[in-house]
Design a protein around this ligand. Sequence first.
Ligand SMILES: Cc1cc2nc3c(=O)[nH]c(=O)nc-3n(C[C@H](O)[C@H](O)[C@H](O)COP(=O)(O)O)c2cc1C
Length: 404
Amino acid sequence: MQMVTDTATGRDAGVSIGGVRVDAPFYQAGLAGYSDGAMRTVAREHGCPYCITEAMLDKFLVEGGKGLKIAELTGDDHPICGQLMGSHPADIAAGAGILAGMGYDVVDVNLACPVKKIKKKCRGGHLLTVPDEAVAILQAVREAMDKRPGGGPPLTVKLRRAYDDTPEMAANFRRVFEAAMDLGYAGATVHCRTVQQKYIGRGRWPFLRELVREYGAEARRRGFVIGGSGDIWTAPDIFSMLDQTGVDWVSVARGCIGNPWIFTQARALMAVRAGAAGVGGDAAAAALRLPTVFEQRDVLLRHFELSVKLHGEIMASRMMRKFGIKFSRHHAAADELKKAFIAVQTTRDWRAVLNGFYAADGPGVDAGLSAEALRDRGIGDPSRSVLPYAVEDEDLVCVPLGEG
Ligand SMILES: Cc1cc2nc3c(=O)[nH]c(=O)nc-3n(C[C@H](O)[C@H](O)[C@H](O)COP(=O)(O)O)c2cc1C
């Protein structure tokens, strides 16, 4: 694969996750309830180089049946990282073995999800309160992969910057992060909010900068890739995070729901930064071209078609309702369209909305604001409850696959 140098940083613009080559410094995050095979394919068709599944509970994989079916991969869905979540080292290790056997290119351990403890057992981000247990899980998964022929797929971990803002929890984070490096994990992505913050308030980019300052050189020496997550709303945000924090790559989460063009735009900005399109305001502006109404319609239809293949027509219509709500912000009649998508109950309703609102072409609009613009307006300030455009209450849950 060709290496692209980012002239802004002088570095290879892509990353290597334990030998799995990714040709751009961003990827589609795990997004429970959204990032299924259909959303991943749409993202890839718009230039996304790497995707993570939503968190899958180890026990659902181990028990087989529906949980296992959900994890099945289609041929083109690569490189792909399967994300696991659970409480018991042996179960997560067994789940990792199953994902490795199913052809996942990378396996990720979720130590970030803020969903409450189940039956007093910690999992996800709650494991950051019990670092010995978190490290035992990382170790068990490592050992399970070491037993596989060829050492199994590379391993990564998703973390929050801490459970809360106490010094004890800051120390726990460091212990777990260092253990991942020592255990030969290929990387970690850090969501720069605490578990307690859930998805509310500003992500702390300076935390990521400090992390890279402290561990970056050693991480690079060991081939340990540091990823950043938090407040990526637009394509320029990806490069702002890279430049301001020094992370190796960036996870795109809420910013890509209903907005796969963030990846097209990020690719175009990469070309601008590499000098291929000529550096300058005009090239950057052209890179950020918004999707026309017909382009929006085509992507919605494509997403629906992929979703029907995966889930059948009834379920796909239900799924598309929530995607449609997010896509509506690109349309000149955004408010009206959003209401129409909210009212969708059946496949017929869904088709009627498409036929009604997307019949005539026109320029796209975008209500999206960059992370910087949000900060300027005080949005993202933890003391305020105002949330950016892409966030609604329904989004503030991260229920792992197979549950709820
Ligand atoms: C609805 C929703 C579901 C999520 N599901 C997952 C998940 O399954 N696995 C994961 O690692 N992170 C998950 N996340 C967290 C995101 O990957 C990301 O770390 C977080 O949203 C911060 O990035 P943002 O501020 O740019 O959205 C989820 C976030 C949301 C809003």
